[in-house]
Write a protein that binds this ligand. Structure first.
Ligand SMILES: Cc1cc2nc3c(=O)[nH]c(=O)nc-3n(C[C@H](O)[C@H](O)[C@H](O)COP(=O)(O)O)c2cc1C
Length: 173
């Protein structure tokens, strides 16, 4: 199966997760596409699509939202997985961020979905971001909380049965 991982990342964490997913897929035809560099990728020839975005102030990237809207019909015809990177600690809120990040019908269509955690990279943040994170997360230290087990499950579910009918869908918590 030919798979494209299409992502958007501000400081590189979602890009890193895209690489981690690619390394776990059983396919020798995996492309990783950065939406910032290629805003209108031609992904029609791919059988499977995995979308990834990070979350800022509760929202997914505008560029990813636009991409999903513009390519909705085509995405609905692909085997789909969706993930988000974020540092929200509350699991109910993580699931909400994940569900809100993509159009509802794409979310329901996806064979697997996952909130895969994220990173605070203070050295890359601007002054305001640093101040916000210090206040909200009560830390000023860079930290990585990428959930490798979540990534494993996302990939396992995605490759299982290799179909996307409603009955076999499973949402990863
Ligand atoms: C200013 C700011 C706001 C953030 N807001 C959220 C948020 O609302 N929810 C969340 O889960 N993570 C939030 N995060 C964490 C980012 O999603 C996390 O750092 C992620 O790994 C960034 O990935 P990227 O480098 O691919 O953009 C925030 C981070 C920053 C710096």
């Amino acid at each position: 199966m030919k798979i494209a991982i299409i992502y958007i990342s501000k400081y590189g964490t979602t890009a890193k997760v895209a690489q981690m997913i690619a390394g776990r897929l059983i396919s020798n035809q995996v492309s990783i596409i950065d939406l910032k560099k290629d805003r209108h990728p031609d992904f029609h020839s791919y059988d499977g699509i995995i979308l990834g975005t990070s979350i800022y102030a509760g929202n997914s990237s505008k560029m990813m939202q636009r991409f999903c809207k513009q390519n909705f019909e085509t995405l609905m015809q692909k085997r789909l997985a969706l993930f988000v990177c974020g540092m929200e600690q509350d699991s109910a809120k993580q699931q909400q961020e994940l569900a809100n990040a993509y159009p509802q019908m794409l979310y329901q269509h996806a064979a697997s979905t996952c909130f895969v955690g994220g990173e605070f990279q203070f050295e890359k943040m601007n002054f305001f971001e640093r101040a916000i994170i210090k206040r909200i997360a009560k830390t000023d230290k860079s930290v990585s909380q990428i959930k490798e087990d979540g990534i494993e499950k996302l990939v396992m579910e995605y490759q299982k049965n290799n179909r996307s009918e409603k009955g076999i869908k499973s949402k990863i918590k």
